[in-house]
Design a protein. Structure first.
Length: 119
């Protein structure tokens, strides 16, 4: 494989495996990003988009690989979020190569009963 082919293969975006659940008034988004350190992850909210990027560096730099099933590359994913997500209350944590993003939901206005009075 030529250096150009290796470079092209390593520069592609990798879509992380993800799952999403709703629990206790929040949406929990989990993304598998093996080989990415927490300081290699970038989360950004702009408008209705949650953008997630992560950089995995090759452990094989400076060597001649024989088999390379896990190339270096960038993880990238974009999720559309709606008005039910409180953009000021988004948390993230990283453990064992899994990024967990907690999207807290806005408190819905509680229905209230309106009393009818006589004039």
């Amino acid at each position: 494989m030529s250096d150009k082919q290796t470079s092209q293969r390593e520069s592609r975006f990798i879509r992380p495996l993800s799952s999403m659940i709703e629990e206790n008034g929040a949406i929990l988004l989990s993304l598998e990003m093996p080989g990415v350190a927490k300081d290699g992850v970038d989360l950004e909210v702009e408008g209705n988009e949650l953008r997630i990027r992560g950089r995995r560096r090759s452990a094989l730099e400076g060597s001649r690989p024989i088999v390379r099933e896990r190339p270096a590359g960038d993880y990238a994913e974009v999720f559309t979020i709606d008005e039910t997500v409180d953009r000021q209350k988004i948390d993230a944590s990283m453990e064992a190569g899994v990024l967990t993003v907690t999207l807290h939901l806005r408190e819905a206005e509680k229905p209230r009963r309106i009393a009818i009075t006589s004039r």
